[in-house]
Design a binder for this molecule. Structure first.
Ligand code: GH3
Ligand code: MG
Ligand code: MG
Length: 424
């Protein structure tokens, strides 16, 4: 720290101590008169790019302009002080929750509309609010500290909102989000170039020349504490401002986390809750990747109603789960879906009708020997049909396999029948 910074630090410290005394006095008077009084700590965000583009003096000019704006927008009787490098304390005697809320909204709007020295930058506020006085005397002792801490923690929320407004609209895939984050990060934070790694995937803006290796490595920690990815930056300009990077990392972590959450909830929406198999929507989504020829199997448990009636619905549920597990683990390339109550659909890419029927027969034998409910072995009937061309859809295949499955029921259950059209 140089001499000038030390002096600025001491000046802030003195202002902060005086402001703290004012907070205590205001709260004491408010308690005595049974009047409200509120305290706001606002931390200015978005200064990091200003600092990169214009240096410390540009930051000072910007903060001074924000401070003047806040003084303009607060009601008479309010006390407004710069209590830290980027922290503004606002003391509002007589202000209740509604009033402090409206003051904060005015300030937020004002800051958004403030003239900026660098057109690419954006300013914002993270605020901590305390509405007092606390009923107990002495409870105000560390009020300023607690409110400032709350403002600091709200930074994450502010960044998250920024991410939602700036980066996420319309972006639904991780790929889109990663690209926009990189472009926004590089432009807004004056990073020369960056590479983002999430899982096995990697994005770069711009594409790195092959001989360059990243200058910096930083892990992104999500709010849940789990690491979601790594951001490398590289280029001639050297290491960027750590404050800027903090904001970038926060934004990346929030955005990535959100996209992963959406992806996993979509995955969940495509699965059946009881068996974990694909549901109808999941199957139709997964079928986008499957091309003809493929075999379709329809599997329906025999006398399932009777099993429910004799052993209870829970035993029936366990049977369904056990059969689902058996089918799921049979062949990695197969898709298995729960089509209706106790009717399952198996898609076997690249199978012939005979091969599919043989596979299902093996599963039937396994089910009979391994899934036994109180001495009754589980049995099913199955039908097989082929989809030879992509001009036909999976629904045509399921319809034909379903008809074959009913033929299996008619012939006495516990067997696999190939659709007449595909039986050679
Ligand atoms: P069939 O051999 O002719 O197929 O006889 P079935 O009794 O299996 O056929 P039916 O279609 O008459 O009855 C199907 C039964 O499956 C009715 C319902 O009680 C049961 N079922 C459907 N979904 C579930 C479920 O999620 N859990 C349980 N336990 N039972 C279910
Ligand atoms: Mg049945
Ligand atoms: Mg049925």
């Amino acid at each position: 720290m140089d001499e000038q910074q030390t002096r600025t630090g001491e000046a802030h410290h003195a202002v902060r101590r005086a402001f703290e005394d004012a907070v205590l006095e205001t709260m004491r008077v408010a308690r005595r008169d049974a009047q409200p009084a509120s305290l706001v700590v606002a931390t200015v965000m978005g200064l990091a790019p200003v600092s990169i583009l214009g240096g410390a003096s540009a930051v000072e000019r910007t903060v001074a302009r924000v401070l003047a704006l806040v003084r303009d927008l607060t009601p008479r009787g309010a006390r407004v002080e710069l209590i830290g490098g980027t922290e503004i304390g606002i003391l509002l005697p007589g202000a209740d929750e509604a009033m402090v809320g409206s003051v904060c909204r005015d300030i937020e709007l004002g800051v958004e509309l403030l003239d900026r020295e660098f057109p690419n930058t954006r300013l914002g506020f993270a605020v901590g609010i305390a509405v007092g006085p606390e009923p107990a005397p002495g409870a105000d002792a560390d009020l300023l500290w607690r409110t400032a801490d709350r403002a600091f923690r709200n930074r994450a929320t502010v960044v998250q909102q920024g991410v939602q407004n700036l980066i996420l609209p319309g972006a639904v895939t991780l790929d889109e989000v990663a690209r926009r984050l990189l472009e926004t990060g590089v432009a807004t934070y004056a990073l020369e170039a960056s590479t983002l790694l999430i899982g096995e995937r990697q994005w770069s803006v711009p594409e790195p020349p092959p001989e360059r290796s990243p200058d910096g490595i930083r892990e992104l920690i999500s709010s849940g504490g789990a690491s979601v990815g790594i951001w490398h930056w590289w280029g001639e300009r050297g290491t960027p401002d750590p404050l800027a990077l903090d904001e970038v990392f926060l934004a990346v972590a929030n955005a990535v986390e959100r996209v992963l959450a959406v992806e996993s909830s979509e995955r969940r929406a495509r699965r059946d809750g009881l068996t974990g198999l694909l549901n109808r929507e999941g199957l139709s989504h997964a079928m986008r990747e499957v091309h003809a020829p493929y075999a379709v199997g329809v599997v329906d448990i025999d006398h399932f109603k009777q099993m429910n009636d004799l052993h209870g619905h829970e035993a029936g549920d366990r049977c369904l789960q056990a059969l689902a597990d058996l089918l799921r683990h049979s062949r990695a390339s197969d898709l298995v879906a729960r089509w209706g109550g106790e009717e399952l659909v198996v898609i076997m890419p690249g199978s012939t009708a005979t091969g599919a029927a043989a596979g299902l027969q093996r599963l039937l034998d396994q089910a009979r020997s391994t899934i036994v409910i109180e001495d009754t072995p589980l049995s099913f009937s199955a039908g097989v049909a082929m989809v030879e061309s992509d001009l036909l859809g999976v629904l045509d295949g399921i319809r034909a396999a379903d008809a074959a499955m009913y033929e299996a029921k008619r012939r006495g259950r516990g067997q696999v029948v190939v659709s007449a059209a595909d039986a050679r």
